[in-house]
Design a protein around this ligand. Structure first.
Ligand SMILES: Nc1ncnc2c1ncn2[C@@H]1O[C@H](COP(=O)(O)OP(=O)(O)O)[C@@H](O)[C@H]1O
Ligand SMILES: [Mg+2]
Length: 253
């Protein structure tokens, strides 16, 4: 087991934003996190990353409470790409990706060949190796998103948490990014907006509604017309796609 969580609660005032979530991500697989806007996806990912402390419940990494793992040690194995990740405008692509190496470096060692190799490999993976000298402010939204993913990959994590990583991408780059994420063989938890994309690329899905986990399992088990109606408030028909064999949702008007 890699990341798991037991009965996680996170509240603001008297409202439970994440309300008793228990989950277990399968090692090396992609777990898709779905739910309407405001259902608690980003809040849950922050709890799982250790960035936020739960009011109750716990997050476990290989069975160990992440509260007992130091920040640096945690950052050496787990990376989070936030939904609204920002970066100073006046830095170059390579500087942003180099940040991923910080948890691996000691105060005494300089920049090593291994650090450089990790940065180059990460940039290559996201198709940005030819733009390492570009300034952040000159990048498109999609390029920025790919650079943030490269920063996370340079961290050489075993667990990768991604919050709506395809938001600013055109369809070609959405497909490429999701395919890449599937090929990484990292334990990945990814919040996604597009349910059809989640069904195509994720091994398992979880659905949040009002901070509660209302469904989890394989895409075929989780996605149903009743769930689309009750959780997402849309009428839909679901068929098994003749092209990729996964469920495909047709939205009705
Ligand atoms: N720091 C915060 N303070 C107050 N409310 C918050 C905070 N973070 C999130 N919320 C609220 O919690 C709910 C869930 O937010 P979020 O986790 O961002 O959902 P999602 O990512 O599914 O859209 C929303 O209603 C949001 O307004
Ligand atoms: Mg969010």
């Amino acid at each position: 087991m890699s990341i798991s969580a037991e009965n996680l609660v996170w509240s603001v005032g008297k409202t439970n934003i994440v309300n008793g979530v228990t989950l277990a991500a399968q090692p090396g697989k992609v777990l898709g996190l779905l739910g309407p806007n405001g259902s608690g996806k980003s809040s849950l990912l922050r709890l799982l990353s250790g960035l936020r402390r739960p009011a109750s419940g716990r997050v476990l990494l290989e069975g160990r409470n992440i509260q007992s793992i130091g920040r640096r040690a945690l950052a050496r194995r787990m990376a989070l790409v936030e939904q609204h990740a920002t970066t100073e405008a006046n830095v170059r692509v390579r500087d942003v990706v180099s940040l991923g190496r910080i948890p691996h470096r000691s105060p005494f060692s300089g920049w090593t060949v291994q650090d450089q190799a990790a940065v180059d490999a990460a940039l290559d993976r996201v198709g940005m190796l030819d733009r390492t000298d570009r300034y952040w402010h000159s990048l498109s939204g999609g390029e920025r998103q790919r650079v943030h993913l490269a920063r996370a990959l340079a961290q050489a994590p075993r667990e990768l948490l991604l919050d709506e990583p395809t938001n600013h991408l055109d369809i070609q780059h959405q497909m490429a990014l999701l395919k890449l994420v599937g090929e990484l063989s990292l334990t990945t938890i990814v919040a996604l907006h597009d349910i059809n994309h989640a069904a195509m690329f994720c091994d398992q899905l979880m659905v949040l509604d009002g901070g509660k986990l209302v469904a989890q399992g394989g895409p075929e088990e989780v996605l149903s017309e009743a769930l689309m109606r009750e959780v997402f408030c849309v009428e839909a028909r679901i068929e098994s796609s003749p092209h990729h064999g996964r469920p495909h949702i047709h939205y009705l008007v």
